[in-house]
Design a protein around this ligand. Structure first.
Ligand code: ADP
Ligand code: MG
Length: 280
């Protein structure tokens, strides 16, 4: 009767639009004692907007946003989308030599010189001292910090209650791993009452952190949406991709929250516990 019970569990969970790739993951979910979350697009909606543009020296804020948007031309990162929306009415300069580094930002060439748009990772130690603490994105041209952009990240409305509910279901640790800066991560961790968080992580650091968490827990679930999250999704005992997330994340995941609603997580744990109890 083992397979039948598993399938009824799958049936019930697909009604609430969670797709699970196999019975093995139902078992992992049933005994999950840690849930690890990506931030942008997972705990937050991923629809960012530009709050404020800082312009230095003789630059104007419309020049800064136009340069940043031009640099982000080929990026689909939530930050890039916010910047391009904000620059809708600007004339964007022609650039060449575009490239993007996951967890860092983008670069291109403008009038023969390097233009960089990215997070704290792209700043030199000297630039870090003067950089706006509230900004997530910095604009650097020819080695000079010429502007900064602060973007707002909106928490998913269900996030806080989901963390509390998971705790009631036996999840001892809810953890956030993010590439964003410490200040932003700390605010969110406090608001959601997370057990811990790590910030300013590169995609490879996220994997290392997850492997560490696995060493001290029975079963670790990870939830993420981005291309960067694929290795962590694969390494976790049960990896969830957000339904609207990148193809790479959905491919690497063991389960998918089709509607992208975090409420499906505690519901899945509940169903998994019932299924496993029935089988035993
Ligand atoms: P998260 O872990 O929260 O999903 P990422 O790892 O994707 O975030 O990005 C981490 C940080 O790197 C961002 O907060 C931002 O400062 C910077 N960054 C990444 N991609 C871009 C981009 N395309 N443009 C500007 N900044 C970026
Ligand atoms: Mg993300």
């Amino acid at each position: 009767s083992v397979p039948l019970s598993y399938y009824s569990g799958l049936g019930a969970s697909s009604k609430i639009s969670v797709l699970i790739k196999g019975g093995k993951y139902i078992e992992a979910l049933a005994k999950a004692d840690a849930f690890v979350f990506d931030k942008t697009g997972t705990l937050t909606t991923g629809e960012l907007s530009v709050n404020k543009v800082f312009a230095y020296d003789n630059h104007t804020s419309s020049e800064i946003i136009a340069l940043a948007a031009a640099c982000e031309r080929y990026s689909s990162h939530p930050i890039a989308m916010a910047i391009k929306n904000k620059a809708e009415k600007e004339n964007l300069p022609e650039l060449s030599g575009y490239s993007e580094k996951a967890g860092q930002g983008v670069t291109a060439v403008y009038n023969g010189k390097a233009l960089v748009c990215g997070g704290t990772k792209v700043l030199s130690d000297k630039q870090k001292v003067n950089a706006e603490k509230t900004a997530s994105v910095y604009v650097i041209y020819d080695g000079e910090l010429i502007g900064a952009i602060s973007v707002s990240d909106t928490l998913r409305p269900e996030a806080k209650s989901v963390i509390a509910e998971l705790r009631k279901l036996g999840v001892k640790d809810s953890v956030m791993l993010t590439g964003d800066k410490k200040e932003n991560a700390m605010d969110i961790a406090n608001e959601l009452k997370l057990d811990s968080y790590s910030a300013e992580l590169m995609p490879s650091d996220k994997l290392e952190k997850l492997i560490d968490i696995k060493k001290t827990h029975k079963s670790v679930c990870f939830i993420g949406d981005g291309i960067n999250d694929a290795p962590v999704l694969t390494a976790s005992d049960c990896g969830f991709a957000m339904g609207f997330g990148s193809e790479a994340a959905i491919e690497a995941a063991d389960a998918m929250l089709a509607a992208g609603n975090l409420k499906q997580l505690p519901l899945s744990v509940r169903i998994a516990k019932k299924v496993v109890a029935t089988v035993k």
